[in-house]
Design a binder for this molecule. Structure first.
Ligand SMILES: C[S@@+](CC[C@H](N)C(=O)[O-])C[C@H]1O[C@@H](n2cnc3c(N)ncnc32)[C@H](O)[C@@H]1O
Length: 251
């Protein structure tokens, strides 16, 4: 069976390539358990573009280039700039939207996959998502936020940023993406609940523009995988809700 139709062989292949590249994506984190079912269809795209925030030592770049032989891979990193036959690392700071915007202007391929493996600061994760998901990612594309463990940290420091979050912290990335999961069911919400949800998303750094084009959200160990809707998906949100009376309380 071809790997597209065989999830186990796709996982094994992804793990072997990741281990070979030396990235902790397939060793410590074990992301091969979750990613291939979301990524296999992208391998068929000829003009495939990928963006990863966070270059590190280029280990995951090697994985992406091997796993997606058709891809051109862009990385954004605040400390590195380099270029190769099928990749380009652009120096930009995820904390600074203008800097990310300038980096995006250098991208010359349609982007079908974005991986946020940068600062891991929850506020950066949500801001980057709100910025890149609606404007840069193609319809049906995949957005992965890695290392969401920081959302649970009561105190800590990473890449020079202080983390002050914890379970159920309203502005953590994990809470933000849980709200997006609610927003994919917005059709079932009463008006007052919808307003509350939109207010909470804004507090968590998620724009309506980003949330409205989410098709699905998957939560796995230390990562969140989001897929972007297509034009035909939109029709499911544009029809009247069948059980509307149930969303209103009795006076
Ligand atoms: C975990 S490493 C990336 C590892 C790489 N993706 C891999 O799997 O091999 C995180 C990278 O993000 C970069 N980084 C940290 N803060 C950043 C920021 N604010 N903007 C852009 N890059 C940042 C660091 O310089 C580091 O190279």
């Amino acid at each position: 069976m071809d790997p597209v139709n065989n999830p186990e062989s796709a996982r094994a292949r992804f793990k072997a390539l990741g281990d070979n590249a030396g990235t902790d994506k397939t060793t410590y984190h074990g992301y091969h358990r979750f990613y291939p079912p979301h990524l296999e269809h992208l391998r068929q795209i000829e003009d495939l573009g990928i963006l990863e925030i966070g270059y590190g030592e280029g280990k995951s770049l090697t994985l992406w280039l091997e796993y997606f032989p058709n891809a051109f891979v862009y990385c954004i990193d605040r400390d590195v700039e380099s270029q190769g036959e099928r990749h380009r690392v652009i120096k930009a700071d995820q904390a600074d939207p203008d800097s990310v915007d300038r980096a995006c202007k250098l991208i010359q391929h349609p982007i079908h996959l974005i991986i946020d493996d940068g600062s891991h600061l929850p506020s950066h994760q949500t801001t980057s998502f709100s910025m890149l998901f609606p404007s840069l990612l193609q319809a049906n594309g995949i957005y992965i936020v890695e290392d969401i463990e920081t959302s649970y940290w009561l105190t800590g420091e990473l890449y020079g940023n202080q983390t002050r979050y914890g379970l159920s912290c309203p502005w953590s990335a994990i809470e933000a993406f849980k709200l997006i999961a609610d927003y994919t069911n917005r059709q079932c919400l009463a008006g007052c609940d919808l307003s509350l949800l939109e207010y909470r998303m804004a507090l968590a750094g998620i724009t309506l523009e980003a949330a409205s084009s989410v098709s699905s959200v998957s939560f796995s160990q230390n990562c969140i995988i989001v897929s972007k809707s297509t034009a035909s998906d939109a029709t499911y949100w544009q029809r009247p809700y069948l059980y509307e009376p149930f969303t209103h309380r009795d006076p």
